[in-house]
Every structure is written in structure tokens, then in C-alpha cells.
Design a protein around this ligand. Sequence first.
Ligand SMILES: C=CC1=C(C)c2cc3[nH]c(cc4nc(cc5[nH]c(cc1n2)c(C)c5CCC(=O)O)C(CCC(=O)O)=C4C)c(C)c3C=C
Ligand SMILES: [Fe+2]
Ligand SMILES: [Fe+2]
Length: 339
Amino acid sequence: MTNKAVLLANLGSPDNTDTASVRRYLNQFLMDPHVIQLPWLLRRMIVSLFVLPTRPKASAEAYKSVWMDEGSPLIVLSERLKNALQSQLDMPVAMAMRYGKPSIETELLALSQQAGIEEVLYIPLYPHFADSTVTTSIEEAERVIKEHDLNIKLNVVAPFYDQPDYINALVNSAQPYLEQAYDHIVFSYHGLPESHITKRDPTGQHCLQSADCCQRPSEAHKTCYRHQVMRTTQCFVEQAQIAPEKYSVSFQSRLGRAKWLAPNTEDRLRELAQSGVKKVLVICPAFVTDCLETLEEIAIRADEVFKEAGGGELQLIPCLNDHPAWVNTLGAWCEAKEG
Ligand SMILES: C=CC1=C(C)c2cc3[nH]c(cc4nc(cc5[nH]c(cc1n2)c(C)c5CCC(=O)O)C(CCC(=O)O)=C4C)c(C)c3C=C
Ligand SMILES: [Fe+2]
Ligand SMILES: [Fe+2]
């Protein structure tokens, strides 16, 4: 009988909140050719000349504002998810980070050394496809297996943006917030440079070519992040019965000068405040785990933007984290693959 294990993969955080640790992390992250998709020399110049001189200090301050006693929220909450899943399953469950620690390399090596592990169910914790998250996590795992000649078969769980049990878990975890009175809910997704989507379009003439491309059937949707976030939103609002005028979609965490997906979350929050919206909910379904981008960028900075523009209260809906509905969903996926 083949022995199996589960490996969850998330993005990763710096080891600490000092500027040097954040610089090391940003350098590893942004030098990934799937993140800044430029030839090495150009990427090296942009990262060294425009990012590393100033961003590590500013990001270190941001990390300090959300850091937990046990460490980075992303790592701590991912670890809790791993432990909750482990308590449901008979096979080993591990958690790895694409950047920083614990690395995909360490975790795969540890699993391969456990007696007889020959098959790993690999779950990149991203509901939506992007080369900068999904592809890079898969390639890194494949590199480790090849380089160390591991006898491991990798079974990868595909982006789950419209899987009914994922949507159920998301609606279920948001329910206590949806039951409170609110004026508007913003679905704020991590942004992407538009070029990352058009470059992946297998038809070469569909993605971002018209305002409604993401609503029209196309084989391009398999790798279209924009289509996939629109589908998550559609499935969510249908299930939670949210009226069209009560919600909007926007994109956060823009970096650099390229054209990124629009509208930008902060701009959308300003517009909402100016149009008289007082209580806004913000949900961030691109993240399954709360992290810097939800706890600092939305709950702290976007909250300031909303209030300065005349808004009243911004309530961040927590990510799935280790919500029982999400743990049960992951458990069911693992057991289904085990059979
Ligand atoms: C949810 C999916 C994510 C996509 C898609 C994504 C693309 C992407 N990100 C950057 C640049 C940065 N992202 C940063 C933090 C960060 N990004 C994600 C997820 C996605 N990124 C997460 C979960 C986090 C949080 C990490 C944490 O420790 O909590 C950062 C670092 C922080 C900062 O300085 O702002 C950068 C930089 C690019 C360029 C990109 C697509 C091209
Ligand atoms: Fe699309
Ligand atoms: Fe990011």
C-alpha cells in the first residue's frame, strides 16, 4: 500500500520584523521570475534600485503592527490550520512556505524521510490561479523532488475558486458578519499586473480584450485570475443572497508602475464613503489565511482611507484560517484523494 501525506503550501513571511529580515524575504520573493516577470538583469536592477532601498523599512513597520506573540500571523495561522487538519486525518500533514521558513524543501525532505511516504497531496492554499502563487509553488516542489531524487509522487490540488464546499465554507465563516447591519460589502482580492493574465491567455485574444470577457465562456478561464475571482464573488453572492447594488469587487496590494487589475480597493472605498456608505464590510477571498495584506493593509490602512473620505466603520471579515467548515472541507478533499 502506498503511504500518503498532505503538504499545505502558503506564501511565507519574514522571520522577524527587523528591516534586515524583511529585506531578505522581499529579495527572495521579488527575485522569483514568476513574481516580477522580467529578464534576470532587469529584475535584479528593479529590485535592488527601486524596492530594496526603501520598502523593507516601511514593510517592517507594517509587520510590527500585526505581529503576534508567536510570530507572523500568516505562519501562526497556517500552523493552526495544519494542526486542526492533522487532528482529522490519519496521514501526516505538513505546512510549507514558498518564501522563508518552513521551506518547501525542508518539509518535502522531512516527509520523504518518514517511513514509506511515496505520495504527497499538495495543496497550494490559493483559491485562484496565478503564476506568482500557484505555478511557482508547484515548480519549487518539483525542483526539490528532482534535485534530491525523492521517490515522491506529487498530486496537486487545483485552484478551488468555485468548488461548492469552498464557497460553503467561505459563506459559513462570513455569516456572523453578514448578519450584522451593513451598507455595502467589498470583495477585495490581491491584485495582479494585467500582463500576467494576458501572457497566459491560450487563445491570445480573449483575456482583458473586452469589458465582459470574464463572463463569456473561454478556455482562457483556466488560467485567468480575473475570471476566477469574479466566479468566487458570483457564487458567494448567490449563496448569501446579496443584491447587486450591495457589493463590489476591487483589487489591493498593487506594487510598481505596471498596469494592475482595477479598480483599486482604496479608490473604491473612497467612492463608497463619498456616496454616503457608512458601514462597509471587506472580505478578502484570495487569502485563505489572514496576513499582512488583510490585517494591516485592509483593517488598518484601508480603514483610515475610508474614514478620511467620510465613511463610518470598516469591518474586515476574517479569512478562513482554521474555521471548522474550512478544516472539514480540506479534510474531505484529502480523504477523497486517499480513497
Ligand atoms: C493571494 C494571492 C497573492 C497574489 C496573486 C500575489 C501576487 C503578488 N504579490 C506581490 C508583492 C507582494 N506581496 C506581498 C505580500 C503578500 N502577498 C500575498 C499573496 C499574493 N500575492 C500574501 C499572502 C502576502 C502576505 C505575506 C505576509 O507575510 O503576511 C508583499 C510583501 C509585503 C509588502 O512589502 O507589501 C509584496 C512585496 C506581487 C508583485 C505580486 C504579483 C506579481
Ligand atoms: Fe478573463
Ligand atoms: Fe502579494
